[in-house]
Write a protein that binds this ligand. Structure first.
Ligand SMILES: [Zn+2]
Length: 138
C-alpha cells in the first residue's frame, strides 16, 4: 500500500473530549467517509477513515471514563473534511445515491450536510484555545 499523504501536525496538543462528542465525531467521520468514497474522492475517504480510527482509539482508551483525549489535529482535520463534504453535497451534487431516480435522497443529503456542518463546528469548538485542558501552546 502507498504511504498516506498527510499534513504534518505542528500542533501536538491533546484536548479532552467528552464521550458523547466523541461518538458524534466518529459518526461524522464515518458519514464523510461514505460520501467521499461513493463520490470518487478516495483520498479524502482514506484520510477521514484514519481520523475515525484515531477517534475510536480515544474512545477505547477512555475505557468508561467520562472523556477521552484527542489530538487537536484530528479535530481540525475532521472539521475541514466535514465542511468540504457538506460543500460538495450542497454545490456539487454529492449524494449517497446516484441512480438518477428521485426518491427523497435530496432531503437525506441536505440533512446529512447540515449534520456534518454542525459536527464540524463542534470539533472546532473542542479545539479552540481556552477550552478546558489546553496546554503547551506552540
Ligand atoms: Zn437513488
Amino acid at each position: 500500500m502507498s504511504t498516506p499523504v498527510r499534513p504534518v501536525r505542528v500542533d501536538q496538543r491533546m484536548v479532552p473530549v467528552d464521550g458523547q462528542s466523541l461518538g458524534w465525531l466518529v459518526m461524522t467521520a464515518a458519514q464523510v467517509g461514505k460520501y467521499a468514497y461513493l463520490n470518487g474522492d478516495s483520498r479524502s475517504a482514506s484520510h477521514v477513515l484514519d481520523l475515525a480510527t484515531e477517534l475510536g482509539a480515544a474512545l477505547a482508551q477512555a475505557d468508561g471514563s467520562p472523556e477521552g483525549s484527542v489530538p487537536v489535529g484530528v479535530l481540525e482535520e475532521l472539521a475541514d473534511l466535514a465542511e468540504a463534504t457538506a460543500d460538495h453535497v450542497e454545490r456539487d451534487g454529492w449524494s449517497l445515491c446516484d441512480c438518477g431516480e428521485p426518491h427523497g435522497e435530496d432531503n437525506v443529503d441536505a440533512g446529512a450536510a447540515a449534520v456534518m456542518r454542525a459536527h464540524a463546528a463542534l470539533a472546532r469548538a473542542l479545539c479552540a484555545p481556552g477550552a478546558a485542558g489546553s496546554q503547551e501552546r506552540g
